[in-house]
Design a protein around this ligand. Structure first.
Ligand code: URQ
Ligand code: ZN
Ligand code: ZN
Length: 479
């Protein structure tokens, strides 16, 4: 298919400029003014609109088996919803059970993802440690194009990993040129606080944030950052939700440490009042970890994105319906943790970020696409409107408006955490692999069209990091 996007303003992370964009055979083949289009090309009039790299959501959990159930949106429904919102790639997670070989889990998730409608990659979680895990990490990097390994510091008695696993896995990641990432909450503190909150007679969703205060996140963020610093390996902190964790990242970066932070659209615009909603289903629908925080935290997260101390935005799309959430009707610690957002992320961040002056259009592109592509080593194949890049684009109508609602979402879930929010700035067209997959409300996602995207290990910069570690290592004292 040949598509020419005419008359728009191209917005890349580095600049915006007037240009047409010609897409052919799944690639961008020309970017420039007054381009000629071969006969039969599909013409999209992008006048008054931006032409941006398709969004990359670096944090989703499609059809995740978790807390005794399975997330509602599978890899087809979830990626189709993403395309409707301008997101053309996701990076999801392979999460082995403790003692499950990483390669077994990886093959299982690869099978599940074959139904995806858009391109996808996988972070692989290290949930236990053995020589076999170490070996599988090597196979995943060298043969399967995985360059990031996740570590859950929360979820005790499930997928939580201890310091021994963190240290061994971070060290292995450095050897392999892979990025360690962390869910930074102290799972032991959560476990104790859940019992203490329950002992106070609090069983409803209002107990969830009480059992996970910001310092529970900050302790883990500081610990993971310190381990990474000692081992001299970069680190990526997912879903940074609070001032204290964002400050930990800023402090480390000010000292020159390679620390990167991710923020969820939900944490940027929602606050903890949702947990005090009188309706259980509404409050429970917002139970995710880390929890939505008191109002003051959001502005600090926005400033983290503005200042470059936080780098990517994501959704942690992991949807559970009311019936599933009701598992925690009498005990908030049993409410499956997770919320949606893969379709709404870009519009929510444009409306609350660009329309308010917090972000320029280029900064918007950086935090919704390009930075994730760079950090996970798929730039400029992804995250760029440039010749040779994949033809993953979104034509963005800054004057378009819609009210976000469960009634119009494409997610299979029965709740929308952004319910009723009217946004200005929405996608008019989404192009994925050079095909028109979304046109002004008409979703044309194709089941199974998505491709697994290999992400190469990091090259010389990582080697330099490793080499520096060796030079810094104390020399043996001759006695
Ligand atoms: O912790 C995560 O990232 C997964 C299990 C999704 N759930 C959540 O509450 N964030
Ligand atoms: Zn998490
Ligand atoms: Zn997650």
């Amino acid at each position: 298919m040949t598509i020419i996007v005419r008359g728009g303003t191209v917005a890349n992370a580095d600049r915006t400029f007037r240009a047409d964009v010609l897409c052919q055979d799944g690639k961008i083949v020309a970017v420039g003014e007054n381009l000629d289009a071969p006969g039969g090309a599909t013409v999209i009039d992008a006048g008054g609109q931006y032409v941006m790299p398709g969004g990359i959501d670096p944090h989703t959990h499609m059809q995740l088996p978790f807390m005794g159930t399975t997330a509602m949106d599978d890899f087809y429904a979830g990626t189709a919803a993403g395309l409707a919102g301008g997101t053309t790639s996701i990076i999801d997670f392979v999460i082995p059970d403790p003692k499950e070989p990483l390669m077994d889990a990886y093959r299982k998730w690869r099978g599940w993802a074959e139904k995806a409608a858009s391109d996808y990659g996988f972070h692989v979680a290290v949930t236990w440690w053995s020589e076999g895990v170490k070996r599988d990490m090597g196979t995943l990097v060298q043969e399967e194009g995985v360059n990031s390994f996740k570590h859950f510091m929360a979820y005790k008695n499930a997928i939580m990993c201890d310091d021994e696993t963190l240290v061994n896995s971070f060290k292995r990641a450095l050897e392999l040129g892979a990025m360690p990432t962390v869910h930074a909450e102290n799972g032991e503190l959560v476990f104790l606080l859940q019992k203490e909150v329950a002992a106070m007679g609090i069983t409803g969703p209002e107990g969830h944030p009480l059992s996970r205060p910001p310092m529970v996140e900050a302790e883990a963020a500081n610990r993971a950052i310190a381990i990474a610093d000692v081992l001299n390996v970069p680190i990526y902190v997912v879903h940074v939700s609070c001032i204290e964790a964002a400050e930990a990242i800023a402090r480390a970066r000010a000292r020159g440490q390679r620390v990167y932070g991710e923020v969820l659209a939900g944490h940027l615009v929602l606050d903890d009042s949702v947990y005090r909603h009188p309706d259980f289903a509404t409050a429970a629908a917002h139970v995710m970890s880390p929890p939505f925080r008191p109002k003051g935290h959001q502005e600090f997260l926005w400033r983290g994105l503005q200042s470059g101390n936080l780098h990517t935005t994501a959704t942690d799309h992991c949807t559970f319906c009311a019936t599933q959430k009701a598992a925690g009707k009498d005990d908030f610690s049993k409410i499956p943790n997770g919320c949606g957002g893969v379709e709404e992320r870009m519009a929510v961040i444009w409306d609350a970020g660009v329309n308010t002056g917090r972000l320029t259009p280029s900064e918007f592109v950086a935090v919704t696409s390009t930075n994730a592509a760079r950090l996970f080593n798929i730039y400029p194949q992804k995250g760029s409107i440039s010749v040779g890049a994949d033809a993953d684009l979104v034509v963005w109508d800054p004057q378009g408006s819609k009210t976000l609602s469960v009634r119009t979402q494409h997610s299979k879930n029965d709740f929308n955490v952004f319910e009723g929010r009217t946004v200005r700035g929405i996608p008019s067209h989404t192009i994925s692999q050079g095909e028109l997959v979304y046109v002004k409300g008409d979703l044309r996602a194709v089941r199974g069209k998505g491709r697994y995207i290999k992400r190469p290990a990091f090259g010389p910069n990582f080697a330099a990091v490793k080499q520096r570690a060796e030079t810094l290592a104390p020399t043996a004292v001759a006695r």
